[in-house]
Ligand binder design. Structure first.
Ligand code: NAP
Length: 456
């Protein structure tokens, strides 16, 4: 009840319209979880998103040739269209609005900020031209409006540091026949750049033994099926047997690697080399990357003192994502997450009811898109249990950000604007004989969403 005695909605701001944020909105508005003190349909969710378009890492992280995962976007889109859910795209927390303003205007704030920065290797030469973070490379091939174009001119050999699924994605995109990317939504200029690339050799480098690789078997196996690509792995680098206690995924990964090692040598125009127990110690070069200095390590990653240089012209650092937060949001500088206790944000040592975190900003950058669905459910269950206390403490409707949007003339992308972007992107491929092709710059995205730039 508000001050006049009328029922009012529970007002929730979810910051970040990636999978974790949208799954949170889904669980809050599906009617499956009805917080005590509200009725089905009595929860209003505003998704506040920095970018002009939703879907976060589904749109800008998942590789374009992983079409079935990308199709998760259809289900997420249905949540955006649901009554009670509003999209505020092109609205940055810490820019257009502050966290204090959100906390005043909502009963509940859920941070679903993800992790968008790259982790560093902290070795000499990391800043040389030609040393590129996988985060930035992935953003580029996915048409992120903030991404830089990587300079692949004259690059024939690339080292990819790290043996997780992002490293697999990056290696696959570099080596895949570009014609196979035409049916995806990859921007046309990216496909053209990949077609011009002279890369013939990609080296994937694990700093520990093969049993410690983080990739999943399904993703690893795809590398062996790339048209015109030979996968080279030295049998001597692989253990004869999986160590005791190794999980099913590790055993299957080793089976895949052993299968490749046993293949007769193939002649191919492009090659993927797998190296384990190889720790990067420095990126070499004067004006540009010329090589990667490596130290041989033991199975568990201890240095042996034996070193060698891999002649490469580019190093892609694929060693994990790192989160950051806007001013005012609590942050654990060591774990790079928002500190939480049972999903509740910990401020000044106290777990607060009314503030929650979900997805990578809470768990760290692990798990697949679907992991966020169960994570969001657990978060919403914790939140739902707190609602009676939250409503009792604040009986009046806090109103949402409508007043700020009006006063500050915030030009945001709502669900209709987003649908207009989808329609514009579905028409873009026609001149090239392609289907949907992503728009990859801010101006065109905002124009497609019928949002005039601020001040216009
Ligand atoms: P990740 O799985 O954590 O892998 C990071 C890799 O970097 C590990 O091999 C790690 O080795 C290595 N590394 C870290 N610091 C290093 C250093 N200083 N020097 C050398 N190597 C270093 O991270 P990710 O590949 O970025 O993936 C993030 C998450 O997204 C994962 O959960 C992944 O499964 C998921 N993802 C899924 C898909 C898919 O399902 N298709 C696609 C992409 C991403 P150590 O183990 O030795 O630390």
């Amino acid at each position: 009840m508000d001050d006049s005695g009328a029922a009012r909605p529970l007002r929730v701001a979810v910051v970040g319209a990636g999978p974790a944020g949208i799954y949170t909105a889904d669980h809050l508005t599906s009617g499956r979880v009805v917080p005590e003190g509200t009725s089905p349909g009595g929860v209003s969710v505003d998704l506040i998103e920095r970018l002009p378009v939703p879907f976060g890492l589904l749109r800008y992280g998942v590789a374009p040739d992983h079409v079935s995962i990308k199709s998760t976007g259809r289900a997420l889109g249905e949540v955006l269209a649901r009554p009670g859910v509003r999209l505020f795209g092109n609205v940055e927390l810490g820019g257009a609005v502050t966290e204090a303003e959100l906390r005043e205007r909502y009963d509940v704030v859920v941070y679903a900020l993800g992790a968008t920065e790259d982790r560093h290797l902290n070795i000499p030469g990391e800043q040389l031209p030609g040393s590129i973070s996988a985060t930035s490379f992935v953003s580029w091939y996915n048409g992120h409006p903030d991404s830089d174009v990587p300079d692949l001119d004259g690059v024939t050999a690339v080292a990819v540091v790290g043996v997780g699924n992002v490293a697999v994605d990056v290696a696959r995109i570099l080596l895949r026949n570009p014609a196979e990317l035409e049916p995806t939504d990859m921007p046309t200029d990216v496909i053209e750049a990949l077609a011009r690339s002279e890369v013939t050799d990609v080296h994937l480098l694990g700093r520990r033994g093969a049993v410690h690789a983080k990739w999943t078997t399904k993703e690893l196996r795809e590398l062996g099926d790339l048209d015109g690509v030979a996968v080279l792995v030295d049998d001597g680098q692989l253990p004869d047997e999986a160590p005791e206690g190794a999980g099913r995924e590790t055993r299957r990964n080793l089976d895949v690697l052993r299968g490749w090692a046993a293949r007769p040598p193939a002649v191919a125009s492009r090659r993927l080399h797998l190296h384990f127990s190889a720790r990067p110690d420095g990126i070499l070069g004067t004006d540009h990357v010329e090589g990667l200095l490596l130290e041989r390590t033991t199975e568990d990653g201890r240095g042996t003192g034996e070193s060698w240089t891999l002649p490469v012209q580019a190093v892609l650092r694929s060693v994990g994502y790192r989160a950051t937060v806007p001013d005012g949001v609590p942050f654990d500088d060591e774990r790079h997450v928002i500190p939480t206790d049972a999903h509740r944000v910990v401020r000044d040592g106290v777990a607060s009811t009314g503030e929650y975190a979900v997805g990578w900003i809470k768990r760290g950058p692990t798990g697949v898109i679907g992991t966020n669905r169960s994570d969001a459910k657990e978060t919403v269950l914790a939140l739902a249990g707190d609602v009676p206390g939250i409503l009792a403490a604040h009986p009046g409707d806090p109103g949402g950000i409508d007043d700020l949007v009006a006063d500050r003339d915030i030009r945001y992308v709502d669900v209709d604007g987003w649908r207009a972007v989808v329609a514009a992107e579905s028409r873009r491929g026609e001149p090239h004989g392609r289907g949907t092709v992503k728009i990859s710059d801010w101006e065109t995205l905002l124009a497609a969403a019928n949002v005039a730039p601020a001040g216009a």
